[in-house]
Design a protein around this ligand. Structure first.
Ligand code: EPU
Length: 345
């Protein structure tokens, strides 16, 4: 145990953006690949389940964690090469996503500005294929390195191997859920083009009279919109959108449009239709609803917040009530987006 130090009984609340109480039986913060190997060796020897923690911004602890929680603290960012179309920038998993977006912009490599201010670590970004304001990580992704604790090997996965989908990747599925992302290589376009069609961003730029935005102008617009609508997790605990925007068949969307003419819909390439979950929850009357220490955010119905002192179970119970009500009123099932940690793997 030269490199890797373990602490018993660590409070995880300050290490997550939701801030609900949960205790890890064991906790460690490996700063190198060797230390990460040691962590897994320790867990194997002591038969402890393991859980990887990034920025803790997409996890809900429903109870204490009886095993070893590993918060990866691998650092480093560098340009490692280029393709005809892109700069290749490798970023270690423990770097903060928000800071990395600002850093790439300052280096003269725009392309991530629509994903400004998203909480969490770089290593967590591919797991849910983070997305916002008309851009998903998968579009700026080249490859990643992942540690496989079962074989002890380091694997390289390209974009196809990650099987990215809407808030989804291979890492959310049981077979590959054990892989630990240790670095992400981004592909940032040499010929940058503004991505400014998303309504909130177009309106923000329009209000400032900006017709041909620079990367910095888009970055600033995204920051303004996020600050206006989404709660700052350091002030009000939350995990961002609590549900995915549901995708329904064209027939079901047509019927919903007849019954609810104002429903917000986004046609998909495969003819199915994505619905705005925030609109469904808002229309069902939940926006701003308070239940104990948990609430639906007053400015974004898709975000549940910890008003202070909420337990994970309390947040999940509110989510369940919303899900049942939306299903009853609209016949649409909402799928939870963040990961619930309820029992060891
Ligand atoms: N709306 C309402 N009521 C509300 C909020 C929104 O009716 O309280 C309506 C809006 O008028 C709009 C529509 O719902 O027409 C969509 O709202 P918004 O543009 O705010 O986006 P969203 O679909 O609620 C998604 C992502 C966010 C991302 C934004 C911007 C998911 C699950 N969420 O939210 O991602 O920031 O778009 O791109 O896809 C996250 O994943 O944690 C997250 C915050």
């Amino acid at each position: 145990m030269a490199e890797f130090q373990l602490s018993p009984a660590v409070d995880l609340a300050p290490l997550t953006t939701l801030g609900v109480p949960a205790r890890a039986a064991w906790f460690g913060m490996p700063r190198s690949l060797d230390a990460l190997r040691e962590a897994f060796a320790y867990a194997r020897t002591h038969r402890l389940p393991t859980l990887i923690l990034g920025g803790g911004s997409n996890l809900i602890f429903a109870r204490d964690y009886p095993g070893l929680v590993i918060k990866l603290d691998l650092r480093g960012r560098e340009k490692i090469g280029e393709t005809p179309a892109a700069h290749l920038i490798r970023v270690a998993a423990g770097e903060i996503w928000r800071d990395t977006v600002a850093w790439t912009l300052a280096q003269g490599w725009p392309g991530l500005e629509n994903l400004a201010l998203i909480p969490g670590s770089v290593g967590a970004a591919p797991i849910q294929n983070i997305g916002a304001y008309g851009l998903e990580l998968s579009e700026r992704f080249h490859s990643l390195e992942a540690f496989d604790p079962r074989s002890g090997e380091l694997l390289s996965l390209d974009r196809d191997a990650c099987r990215f989908g809407y808030r989804d990747s291979v890492f959310k599925h049981p077979d590959d859920a054990g892989l630990v992302v240790v670095s992400v290589t981004l592909a940032l376009p040499k010929r940058w083009e503004a991505r400014a069609n998303y309504r909130d961003i177009a309106e923000e730029l329009g209000a400032q009279g900006i017709a041909t935005p620079t990367p910095q102008a888009i970055f600033d617009a995204v920051v303004h919109v996020r600050q206006r609508k989404l709660p700052n997790p350091t002030e009000l605990g939350n995990v961002g959108s609590f549900f995915k925007n549901p995708v329904v068949s064209a027939e079901q969307a047509e019927k919903l449009r007849r019954d609810f003419p104002n429903i917000v819909t986004y046609p998909q390439a495969d003819h199915r239709v994505k619905l705005a979950a925030a609109w469904l929850i808002d229309q069902a009357g939940w926006k701003g609803h308070v239940r104990g220490h948990a609430a639906v955010h007053a400015r974004q119905a898709l975000v549940l917040v910890n008003l202070g002192g909420a337990s994970g179970a309390e947040i999940l119970a509110l989510a369940e009530m919303i899900r049942a009500d939306v299903e009853r009123k609209f016949g649409v099932l909402l799928e939870q987006e963040p990961i619930t940690v309820s029992h060891p793997n």
